[in-house]
Write a new protein. Structure first.
Length: 531
């Protein structure tokens, strides 16, 4: 590629050497930069850590004028600008954290053509005053970072992004580059369409992160499992532990701290000062663990995050990929570890059913969850499945660096077990007109006379005690897999189990139900039963 005379290409490379001190471009960087320097629009899909920043920083410096970078990550702008200035790049930013005088200085620098790059929050571009300012200076390129924020179906939707299509209308001669690490086909199309970039060239990098080892373990005692994982594999390492609720963030951070691991909480319920302090400790200290809700992490550039752990199931594969992608940006071996169990499935199904969203929203949320469950339950290579989800075929059938490759899960014929679960659900409903959750079903199968079993006379059911051949954990695994396979469903606010249309095929013995054997628990996760 490159400009007609190849001049832009060599200047880009010279800038890479001189300013950033790097030897060569990575992957698609050179092609993207050549295209944008030559004045073309680009949509760039590159995984976290892939090197998106250079794709707009170098064109911003090589082309005459100032590169305008639109980013939603206000909290990071100061750091980004400081980092660029340290390299001798003339950078500035404009956002709501500045006072009037600070902003005046940046405006003056921009108008005088003294800036290579200026970072703006998207809401700035809704102000006529900002647009007016921009039209009085010279702009080399518009970069729209985190471009998936324009997607209304995505998890990071920002209404201000919708207004960015006007950049192309108002500055038709200025190239635009939209960048994101979210890569499904649908998001990709939405970005192109909503930002009004029909003529953009598309650059799609491989989404494989070979240095990340993917592991998903059955959830038994998640905090203890996490502790064992950290102590055995990542002592003293920096990492992020994601939890669904603020409450569990707090409890997990406390638990880890009590057990000698430097850990702090991060969630939207903490005041801004505490959040900022914890974030900056994470960036600056070695080996701090941040327990967080997904409010944490977007745009965080810490290369040596050695692990990302999930104690709760992410809502989508996109979310999982983005969150785990924060590990190992330096390319060194890192772990994406998740504990996943029956309650995750029930809880998320319940959340979808009771959500405020309309029918279309619920259908999408359910589809996202299905894909996530399929990743959790697969007996094949996790990386292969992950890449396939993003429309990329992996070269090898098995990556050799995920749990299912390292210890291939055994499957067993779960047809009879499935029938036992389903007929218990049927009996309750037909004979008693009752619906119950997983705990009660499992207690009945195990023949346990719990208070609730006695209360409802469930020890009188013919199915009482028909499941003594499996343990409680195994039964919960069976129920979880039936839910994941759509052979059982969750209903209502109490998470009661009900049959699906497909359940009949199992009850009528029309099909077999292969199930995955639960991986043996790690020796350190104390199991009460023992061996
Ligand atoms: P992204 O925004 O895609 O997550 P970054 O732009 O932050 O990724 O880049 C990730 C890391 O890779 C940064 O530390 C960056 O300096 C480094 N990097 C990017 N391009 C190159 C390159 N061509 N050679 C060496 N290091 C690079
Ligand atoms: Zn694999």
């Amino acid at each position: 590629g490159g400009g007609p005379d190849g001049f832009s290409g060599s200047e880009a490379l010279a800038t890479l050497h001189r300013v950033f001190g790097y030897e060569s471009f990575r992957g698609e960087q050179e092609a993207v930069i050549d295209h944008v320097v030559a004045g073309g629009d680009a949509v760039v899909l590159m995984p976290t850590g892939g090197g998106k920043s250079l794709c707009y920083q170098i064109p911003a410096m090589v082309r005459p004028g100032t590169g305008v970078v639109v980013s939603p990550l206000i909290a990071l702008m100061q750091d980004q600008v400081d980092a660029l200035r340290a390299l001798g790049v003339r950078a500035g930013f404009m956002n709501s954290t500045q006072d009037f005088d600070e902003r005046r200085v940046v405006e003056a620098e921009f108008l005088a053509g003294e800036l290579d790059v200026i970072y703006l929050a998207p809401e700035r571009l809704r102000l006529e005053s900002t647009l007016d300012l921009l039209s009085r200076g010279k702009i080399s390129v518009f970069a729209i970072d985190e471009a998936h924020c324009v997607s209304q179906w995505g998890h990071d939707f920002r209404p201000d992004y919708l207004a960015l299509s006007l950049l192309g209308e108002r500055w038709p001669d200025v190239p635009r580059i939209a960048l994101t690490a979210t890569a499904t086909h649908a998001t990709h199309q939405e970005i192109t369409q909503r930002l009004g970039m029909p003529d953009a060239r598309h650059f799609v990098a491989s989404f494989d992160r070979p240095n990340i080892q993917y592991r998903i373990v059955p959830k038994a005692d998640p905090k203890k499992q996490l502790l064992a994982f950290l102590q055995q594999e990542h002592p003293g390492d920096a990492g992020i532990v994601y939890c669904l609720s603020r409450n569990s963030v707090e409890r997990t951070a406390e638990f880890l701290a009590r057990n000698g691991i430097a850990a702090v909480p991060y969630h939207a319920g903490l005041d801004a000062g505490t959040r900022a302090a914890h974030q900056s400790r994470f960036l600056r200290e070695d080996g701090l663990v941040v327990c967080a809700t997904i409010a944490f992490g977007m745009g965080i550039d810490k290369p040596d995050v050695r692990f990302v752990a999930h104690l709760d199931l992410p809502k989508s594969v996109e979310g999982y990929y983005q969150e785990t992608g924060r590990a190992g940006r330096d390319g060194l071996p890192s772990t994406a570890w998740m504990a996943y169990g029956l309650n995750d499935v029930i809880q998320q199904r319940k959340m979808i059913q009771s959500s405020e969203g309309d029918e279309a929203f619920r259908r999408r949320a359910a589809a996202h969850l299905e894909a996530m469950l399929a990743l959790c339950e697969t007996a094949g290579c996790r990386r292969g499945q992950l890449l396939a989800y993003f429309g990329q075929d992996s070269a090898a059938p098995a990556c050799g660096n995920c749990d299912t490759c390292l210890t291939p899960p055994e499957t067993w014929d779960g047809t009879v077990a499935a029938q036992k679960v389903l007929s218990t659900v049927v009996r309750l409903q037909r004979e008693r007109g009752q619906k119950f959750g997983a705990v009660q079903i499992v207690d009945i199968l195990l023949g346990r006379r719990s208070a609730k079993v006695i209360q409802f006379d469930h020890d009188q059911l013919s199915v009482f005690g028909i499941g003594e051949d499996l343990t409680e954990g195994e039964w919960r695994g069976v129920v979880r897999q039936l839910l994941a396979q759509g052979l059982l469903a969750v209903e209502g606010d109490y998470g009661t189990l009900v049959l699906t249309e497909a359940s009949g095929t199992v009850l009528r013995r029309e099909r077999e139900v292969p199930l995955r054997k639960e991986q043996a628990r790690p020796a350190t996760a104390r199991s009460s039963g023992g061996r």
